[in-house]
Write a new protein. Structure first.
Length: 100
């Protein structure tokens, strides 16, 4: 377990957010954002689920090896992983910050 120096939190796998605070890695957030991007490309639920399970598993394994990563690193890694399965969904994921 690592202690976040800024907030004193103890987390197993720390994510450094854009504003500088840390929180525990939550693969459900990766899955949910991947799923939303897939649905925005009109993929069927089953196909979106299959893609997002693979992507979230890949990101979880990668994050575990790193111990502490930034949300920007995760963002880039998710795009890279999604491009393997569906380039349109990866584009929607990549640009969702611009749209929101």
């Amino acid at each position: 377990m690592k202690r976040d120096k800024k907030e004193g939190k103890i987390c197993k796998y720390c994510i450094v957010k854009r504003k500088g605070h840390s929180e525990e890695f939550d693969e459900r957030k990766v899955y949910a954002s991947c799923y939303a991007a897939c649905l925005n490309t009109q993929l069927h639920d089953a196909e979106a689920e299959k893609i997002c399970e693979k992507v979230s598993k890949e990101i979880k394994l990668w994050a575990k090896r790193k111990k502490k990563v930034s949300s920007s690193e995760i963002f880039a890694k998710v795009i890279e992983a999604m491009k393997k399965y569906n380039k349109d969904a990866a584009f929607m994921y990549e640009t969702h910050r611009d749209i929101a």
